[in-house]
Design a binder for this molecule. Structure first.
Ligand code: NAD
Length: 291
């Protein structure tokens, strides 16, 4: 299949390389010359504009920073330039409203489109083990699924257009709140004189068990190896967690959902980011809860 890939950054670079490995012919475009030359090294064909990259393709995949950019790339340079009838897959994390709007325009213009944000970070993008949550019609999903399967370990149809983005931000709001709850609990356990490995052994088998503790423990030396064991480097950056929580708050307000824990998580991550900690893994917020 001939596929155009737009946005070859930390995530998109590895994803495009996996499409090449799966035998696809990949046209690449990124505003960054460095990203484009890395894509060329992994077997993609570089182009100097979106319009040239999407000419004559069967599918267009994007992995871009935000909704404004996704909207402008698709509206100005993909629609009317990619062949009518091709399938469009936006894998970026963006707001539900923009995802639905762009898909509606693409559908009117004769394309099939899905929103297909991912769970999993840079290592999963490189390793082809991402989880995709997909919003779109059954017909669009059926066309997108084999393309996504070449870049991930799971492809789940979340529902109609926008449902992929909705599932992504609901999941990450729960993750943000559960990480903070885990961090404050370990900080309190320490102040109460508990040995933290012993508390981990108890709580990970008791009703407090949750993913932020058992798979991503924020305490160095406790539980499995996590970014906490690497001075909170790598992993999922605080700035990206804050981006997702801001999108979650926007979505919550748009449907009048009462999300007090999500709101508090967004406030705490906003404050941690403002301290200049945006580059640290999101579990590093335990530092501010201990102080
Ligand atoms: P990134 O900044 O590394 O990559 C984005 C790329 O898009 C850059 O190379 C940039 O040059 C390019 N770009 C920007 N505007 C462009 C345009 N108009 N045309 C073409 N290229 C353009 O970001 P990333 O970490 O790869 O994240 C991409 C998306 O994936 C974001 O929406 C992010 O929220 C989501 N995401 C990231 C992670 C992660 O761990 N990094 C995990 C899950 C989801």
């Amino acid at each position: 299949m001939k596929i155009a890939f737009i946005g070859l950054g930390n995530m998109g670079g590895g994803m495009a390389a996996n499409l090449v490995k799966a035998g696809h012919d990949v046209n690449a475009f990124d505003l960054s010359a460095e990203a484009l030359s890395r894509a060329q090294e992994s077997g993609c064909t570089p182009f100097t504009s979106v319009r040239e990259a999407v000419a004559g393709v069967d599918a267009v995949v994007s992995m871009l920073p935000n909704g404004k950019i996704v909207e402008s790339v698709f509206e100005a340079d993909v629609m009317g330039h990619a062949p009518e009838g091709s399938v469009l897959l936006d894998c970026s994390t963006i707001d539900v409203g923009t995802a639905r709007k762009v898909t509606a325009h693409a559908t009117t213009a004769g394309y099939a489109m899905v929103d297909a944000p991912v769970s999993g970070g840079i290592a999963a993008a490189n390793g082809g083990t991402l989880t995709f949550m997909v919003g779109g019609t059954d017909a669009a999903f059926a066309r997108a699924e084999p393309i996504l399967a070449a870049m991930g370990k799971a492809v789940i149809h979340a529902g109609a257009s926008g449902a992929g983005q909705a599932a992504k931000i609901c999941n990450n709001m729960l993750l943000g709140a559960s990480m903070i709850a885990t961090c404050e609990t370990f900080a309190m356990a320490e102040k109460l004189g508990l040995d933290l490995q012993t508390f981990f052994d108890i709580s990970s088998k008791a009703s407090g068990q949750n993913w932020s503790m058992t798979s991503y423990c924020p305490v160095p030396g406790v539980g499995p190896m996590t970014p906490a064991d690497n001075a909170y480097q790598g992993g999922f950056a605080t700035a990206l967690m804050l981006k997702d929580l801001n999108l979650a708050m926007e979505a919550a307000h748009s449907v009048n959902a009462d999300v007090p824990m999500g709101e508090r998580a967004a406030e705490l991550y906003r404050a941690f980011d403002a301290e200049g900690k945006g580059g640290l893994d999101f579990s590093a917020i335990i530092q501010s809860l201990k102080d």
